[in-house]
Design a protein around this ligand. Structure first.
Ligand code: PMP
Length: 363
C-alpha cells in the first residue's frame, strides 16, 4: 500500500520523490533564445496545404493508428523500409518509448555528460539505472571512458547525442561506429540537430546495416523543420526496435493533424535546408563576435552555442541579458558546465540584440 502524502493523497513512487521536473525558465522577454527552436516559421505553402488537408479530416474518427502515410514518407526520405520507422509526440516521447521498452528496474543505460539532460531524466522516470561517464574537457567523447562505463555496467541502451546538446559538437562518425561496436545493447544516437551536422549515424546504418543493427537514430521535427509546436519526432532503427516501441506506445497516440503536418513538411526539404544554412551562417557571425569578448566558447555543429563568461559569474550575465529582454539558457549549475550559458541562434536582429546586451554586460 502506497504511503499517504500531504492531504491524505497517496505519495508518488519513492524513486520519483526526489526528482525535479524538467523545464527551462520561461520569462516574459522580447528575444527568446533559450530552447533551441527555429526562429523561422515553416514555409507559407506548407501552412496552406496543412490547413486545407486538416479541414478535410474526419475528426469524429480515430487517426490511422499505424501512421502509414507519415511513416512511408519518412521511410522514403531516408531510403529505408516503413518497418524501420517509429513516430511519437516529439523525440522526447520516442526516447521515453525506448526506455519503457528496454529500460526499467534491474536495467541500466549509459550516457556521457555533459549531454542532453532528458536522457537521464527519462531513464529515472522509467526506473532505469544510469551509468554515466564524463566527456573530455573539450566535450569530445573519451573512448576509454566509454569502454570502461560500458564494461562496468552492461547497458541495455547507450546514449549519444550528436550534435551534443548543450555543448554543440557532433561526434565523429568513426567514434560513433566504434561505440556501436563496443556496446552490448542498442546505441541510441539522438540527432535532434542532425541536419546541422556534417555526418549522421544514419550513414552507418546505410553503409553496413548488418554490422550496425544495434544503431538507433532519433530525430525531431522541432528544430530544423521549424515545427516545435507540432510535437513530432521519430526513430530509424531495426524493425525489431520499432516493434518494441509500438508495444509500449498508447493506441492512437499520433493525432491526425500531426500526421498530416509531418507528411507535408517532408515536401519542403529544400526550404528546410535553406533555413538550416541561414541559421548556420548566423551561428558563424555570433561565434566570430564571441572572439572579441571575455568569454570561452566552443565550436558548434547545431543551432546554439555554449559559452562561459570569464569576467563575471554566468548567473549575473544571464540576469543582465534578461534585463535587456533577452533570454538564454543558464546551464551553469549543470554537471560539467560550471559558469556556462547556452544561446540559441535566432533571427539576425535577435542575435544583434543578444550580442549588444552581452557586450554591455561584460564591458
Ligand atoms: N533531443 C535533444 C538533444 C534535444 O535538444 C531536444 C529538445 N530540446 C529533444 C531531443 C526533444 O525534442 P522534441 O521532443 O521537441 O522532439
Amino acid at each position: 500500500m502506497a504511503g499517504l502524502g500531504d492531504g491524505g493523497l497517496p505519495g508518488v513512487r519513492p524513486d520519483l520523490a526526489a526528482l525535479e521536473g524538467y523545464h527551462s525558465a520561461q520569462v516574459d522577454v522580447e528575444v527568446r533564445l533559450n530552447t533551441n527552436e527555429s526562429p523561422l516559421p515553416p514555409p507559407e505553402a506548407w501552412r496552406r496545404e496543412f490547413a486545407e488537408t486538416v479541414a478535410a479530416i474526419d475528426f469524429n474518427r480515430y487517426p490511422d493508428r499505424e501512421a502509414i502515410a507519415l511513416r512511408q514518407a519518412l521511410a522514403d526520405s531516408h531510403a529505408v523500409g516503413i518497418d524501420e520507422i517509429f513516430c511519437a509526440n516529439g523525440s522526447n516521447e520516442v526516447l521515453q518509448c525506448l526506455l519503457l521498452a528496454y529500460g526499467g528496474p534491474g536495467r541500466t543505460v549509459a550516457l556521457f555528460e555533459p549531454t542532453y539532460t532528458l536522457h537521464r531524466h527519462i531513464a529515472r522516470i522509467t526506473g532505469t539505472a544510469v551509468a554515466a561517464g564524463a566527456r573530455r574537457d573539450d566535450f569530445a567523447l573519451d573512448l576509454d571512458v566509454v569502454a570502461d562505463v560500458v564494461a562496468g555496467s552492461d547497458p541495455v541502451l547507450t546514449f549519444l547525442c550528436s550534435p551534443n546538446n548543450p555543448t554543440g559538437r557532433a561526434d565523429r562518425p568513426e567514434e560513433v561506429a566504434t561505440v556501436a561496436g563496443l556496446v552490448p545493447g542498442l546505441l541510441v544516437v539522438d540527432e535532434a540537430y542532425g541536419q546541422f551536422a556534417p555526418s549522421s549515424a544514419l550513414e552507418l546504418r546505410a553503409t553496413d546495416p548488418g554490422a550496425h543493427r544495434n544503431v538507433v537514430v532519433v530525430r525531431t521535427f522541432s528544430k530544423t523543420w521549424s515545427m516545435a509546436g507540432a510535437r513530432l519526432g521519430y526513430l530509424v532503427a531495426d524493425p525489431e526496435v520499432v516493434a518494441a516501441c509500438e508495444l509500449v506506445a498508447l493506441p492512437y497516440h499520433l493525432d491526425a493533424a500531426k500526421q498530416v503536418a509531418g507528411r507535408l513538411a517532408l515536401r519542403y526539404v529544400d526550404e528546410m535546408e535553406r533555413r538550416v544554412a541561414a541559421i548556420a551562417e548566423e551561428r558563424g557571425r555570433i561565434a566570430a563576435a564571441f572572439t572579441d569578448l571575455p568569454l570561452e566558447s566552443w565550436p558548434s555543429d547545431a543551432n546554439f552555442l555554449l559559452f562561459r563568461p570569464t569576467t563575471k559569474p554566468a548567473r549575473e550575465v544571464w540576469s543582465d541579458l534578461v534585463d535587456a529582454s533577452v533570454l538564454v539558457r543558464d546551464c551553469s549549475s549543470w554537471p560539467g558546465l560550471t559558469g556556462c550559458l547556452r544561446v540559441t541562434v535566432g533571427l539576425p536582429e535577435e542575435n544583434d540584440r543578444f550580442l549588444a546586451a552581452l557586450t554591455e554586460s561584460l564591458r
